[in-house]
Write a protein that binds this ligand. Structure first.
Ligand code: THU
Length: 136
C-alpha cells in the first residue's frame, strides 16, 4: 500500500466532517486510495427526496474516476457510532466495476481507529461484472 491503514483511516475521519446528512443524522466518510498514491475523500450527501442520496464510498469513487484515476488499492470507511462500517450493496457493486475484488481491501472502521479488513471478494462474492456482457 502507498500509505498505512491508519493514515487512510485518518483521511476517512476528515472526509466524514463534510457529510451532508440532515435526514438520517448518520455521517459517513470514505477515503479511497488510488494506485497513483492519491487519496480521494468522499462523504454521504443526502437529499430531501431521499433516493438521490449518495453514499460516502460512491462519492469517493466518482470523484476519482472523474479526475482520471480508475485503479485503486483500498478504501477506508467510517460512520457514526461504534460499529464497523460495512459498505452497502450498491457501493460494493460500484467498487467492483473498477477493482480486482481479490486484491482490493475494504477497511471498515469502528471505534477510535479500530477496524476490520476484508477483500472486496470476501464482502461481495459471485458479483455481476462486465465479463457477463462479453458475447461469444
Ligand atoms: N451510507 C453511506 O454513506 N455508506 C454506507 O455504506 C452505508 C450508508 C449513508 C447513506 C445515508 O446517508 C446514511 O448513511 C444512512 O443510511
Amino acid at each position: 500500500m502507498h500509505m498505512s491503514e491508519e493514515e487512510l483511516i485518518k483521511e476517512a475521519y476528515e472526509a466524514r466532517k463534510m457529510a451532508y446528512a440532515p435526514y438520517s443524522g448518520f455521517r459517513v466518510g470514505a477515503a479511497l486510495l488510488g494506485k497513483s498514491g492519491k487519496v480521494y475523500r468522499g462523504c454521504n450527501i443526502e437529499n430531501a427526496a431521499y433516493s438521490p442520496t449518495n453514499c460516502a464510498e460512491r462519492t469517493a469513487v466518482f470523484k476519482a474516476v472523474s479526475e482520471g484515476e480508475t485503479e485503486f488499492e483500498a478504501i477506508a470507511i467510517v460512520g457514526d457510532g461504534d460499529d464497523y462500517l460495512s459498505p452497502c450493496g450498491v457501493c460494493r457493486q460500484v467498487l467492483a466495476e473498477f477493482v480486482q475484488p481479490e486484491n482490493f481491501f475494504v477497511i471498515m472502521v469502528g471505534k477510535d481507529y479500530d477496524y476490520q479488513k476484508a477483500t472486496l471478494l470476501e464482502l461481495f462474492p459471485a458479483s455481476f461484472s462486465k465479463n457477463f456482457l462479453e458475447k461469444d
